[in-house]
Design a protein around this ligand. Structure first.
Ligand code: AGP
Length: 605
């Protein structure tokens, strides 16, 4: 979480840093700060200009005077871990003399012990953050060379960090990474460092992704990359494939709405070139799948819901056993995993700390690893044995939408690919129906206004229940998560048949219950569950692909989606739930792209 950015170049730093922070705000937005190395005075006298606010980057922008013309600076947008959101806890943090400025993303796990040592040595701390120990540690070791002091300080630090550091008297920015993403954008007479390539994209497409235990030193028109032993490291310059316009709202009120409506196109991109004329799936998976005896999928949040659907698809189509675990639980239960296992990790960002820890655990124990990732060059993408990129384009809205539908599409492709490798027969009709998926998603998007009317009826509900069965049970979980995240309405997802084992106690006239009731072999059972809700006064919302009298007699709140094979229903059925959550949250006046307490990329454990 948290976004950091640093600029050293030939234009005014403030607009670059503020614009970059706005693009990184999805990583955290409870407070923000900036520090500039003032020019117009000799470097050795260079002064630090500092501004911090509690709140959004737009508030920070308001207080920086236009007279700040410095071309060197660092900035930060925060998602609080240690210390509440406040001006004093906002970054940058300083040493005692206020000459060393630090912005930090990550967690300094041994900050308590370090702080005690430093306080005993006379250092006075201003904030409640873990990050402040870094500036005091650097001060402790500083003898006129910032780079050297940083290296000495980082040897004592445990935990994760993406750091950008400046100090009065040296015309340079030192950046270091361990466990938190850092990308260097290489421009013409300017260099930009950020937590995510989206912040450097307006200036350059040439980037270098830092690995753990690497640092960059930015100086006038120059950069050098070293390891923490001071040795220069050779790095490959990558090219960002996304265009700057892809990270704009393009007339939509929110990124989330734009991303919901981008789904037909995004799914098309996930599918592109991956189904050949003989109905063979083409994926570049460099793993001997014939040697795989079991699949384990780990992920978090929305990606965990895709994993649950993936289990259903891989078991049904490739006929191999699949286990699904929360990445955060997997690592700590000493999992039984090793040779013969395929550990799949699903992560939109490719930077989720829990996912990375689970991936490393599986790798260390000898499993083969396969990633399903959206962000090219992300840490997961670089650490897995093999990967399948979604090509969904940047997802900025905190609530994941298009990444989910593309993950499920990729899992469907992988299930068929795996089956074809094992020599399992795959129904050709299924493969040909996949080609119609983008068009069917587009049809659902046309229901948006109707879904808005349903949203108006239920926007003031306190609680919601989502029910689905089989492959659509994870869709119920995802629908409930979307609503919780952005509307702050309490919502639970259950397998429909579980309702009578407990949740039915909650049903009364105030409780909306959304049923995923597209036709499959459990349809008649779902209808009975709806009757049970109606009998207790509950209000039914139904997502169906055939609106007959059986449904119409039970509820007026019916959302009709196109018919498709069961394997494809999770993608189709999720779209109305995304729209319902969006419309409810928007009607409630919530900042849908930045809901409270959340951050898009969860880079702390
Ligand atoms: C989804 O709407 C959430 N914001 C969240 O659950 C997210 O899916 C989770 O943090 C995992 O992120 P990842 O896919 O980038 O690993």
């Amino acid at each position: 979480m948290c976004g950091i950015i640093a600029y050293f170049g030939n234009r005014k730093a403030v607009p670059v840093l503020i614009d970059g922070l706005k693009k990184l705000e999805y990583r955290g937005y409870d407070s923000a700060g900036i520090c500039l190395l003032n020019e117009g005075v000799p470097a050795e006298q260079g002064l630090l200009y500092v501004a911090k606010v509690k709140g959004r980057v737009s508030e920070l922008e308001k207080i920086i005077p236009s007279s700040e013309v410095s071309k060197i600076g660092i900035a930060h947008t925060r998602w609080a871990t240690h210390g509440e959101p406040s001006e004093v806890n906002a970054h940058p943090h300083f040493d005692c003399k206020k000459e060393i400025a630090v912005v930090h993303n990550g967690i300094i796990e041994n900050y308590g012990a370090l702080k005690e040592i430093l306080e005993n040595e006379g250092h006075k701390f201003a904030s409640k953050t873990d990050s402040e120990v870094v500036s005091h540690l650097i001060e402790k070791f500083y003898q006129g060379n910032l780079e050297e002091a940083v290296v000495k300080a980082l040897k004592l630090v445990e935990g994760t960090f993406g750091l950008a550091i400046m100090c009065k008297g040296e015309k340079k920015i030192v950046v270091a990474r361990r466990g938190s993403p850092i990308v260097l954008g290489i421009g013409e007479n300017e260099n930009i460092i950020a937590s995510d390539a989206v912040a450097v994209l307006p200036y350059t497409k040439k980037v270098i992704y830092l690995k753990d235990n690497e640092m960059v030193v930015l100086t006038e028109n120059n950069y050098s990359i070293k390891n923490f032993n001071g040795q220069e490291v050779e790095k490959i310059i990558d090219e960002i494939k996304w265009s700057a316009s892809e990270i704009e709202k393009k007339g939509y009120k929110h990124f989330m709405l734009k991303e919901i409506f981008e789904q037909p196109n995004a799914i098309e991109n996930t599918l592109r070139g991956r189904i050949d004329n003989d109905s063979k799936i083409k994926l570049t998976v460099d793993i001997d799948l014939k040697s795989i005896k079991r699949v384990i999928i780990v992920a978090c949040g929305t990606s965990w819901h895709s994993a649950l659907i993936g289990k259903y698809l891989i078991e049904k189509i490739a006929k191999i056993s699949v286990e699904v675990d929360y990445a955060s639980e997997f690592r700590y239960r000493n999992p039984i995993i090793g040779a013969g296992d395929l550990l799949m990790v699903i992560s939109q960002s490719g930077e989720t700390a829990d996912v990375l820890a689970a991936l490393r655990e599986g790798k260390n124990k000898g499993a083969k690893t396969l990633g399903i990732i959206n962000v090219v060059g992300s840490t997961v993408a670089r650490e897995v044995d093999s990967g399948i990129y979604l090509h969904a384009g940047p997802e900025i809205g905190v609530a994941s939408t298009k990444a989910f539908s593309c993950q499920v599409t990729a899992l469907l492709l992988f299930a068929i690919f795996f089956a074809q490798h094992k020599g399992e027969k795959v129904d050709k009709e299924l493969i040909s129906e996949i080609a119609f998926l983008p068009g069917k998603v587009d049809e659902v998007l046309h229901e948006s206004d109707k879904i808005l009317e349903i949203a108006k009826k239920f926007k003031d509900a306190q609680d919601f229940i989502y029910l689905g069965r089989g492959i659509n049970f994870p869709v119920a979980l995802e629908g409930a998560l979307k609503l919780k995240e952005i509307s702050y309405i309490h919502a639970e997802g259950y397998p429909a048949a579980e309702m009578k084992h407990g949740p039915i106690a909650l049903i009364d006239e105030k409780m909306p219950v959304l049923f995923l009731a597209t036709k499959d072999n459990t349809y008649s059972k779902i209808l009975s569950n709806m009757e049970e809700v109606r009998a207790r006064g509950g209000q039914v919302i139904a997502v169906v692909n055939e609106a007959g009298n059986d449904i119409n007699n039970l509820t007026k709140n019916v959302i009709v989606v196109p018919k498709c094979r069961e394997e494809i229903t999770p993608i189709i059925n999720t779209i109305p739930l995304q729209l319902l959550a969006y419309h409810i949250a928007n009607l409630k006046g919530i900042d849908v792209d930045k809901p409270k307490n959340l951050a898009k990329s969860v880079t702390v454990e």
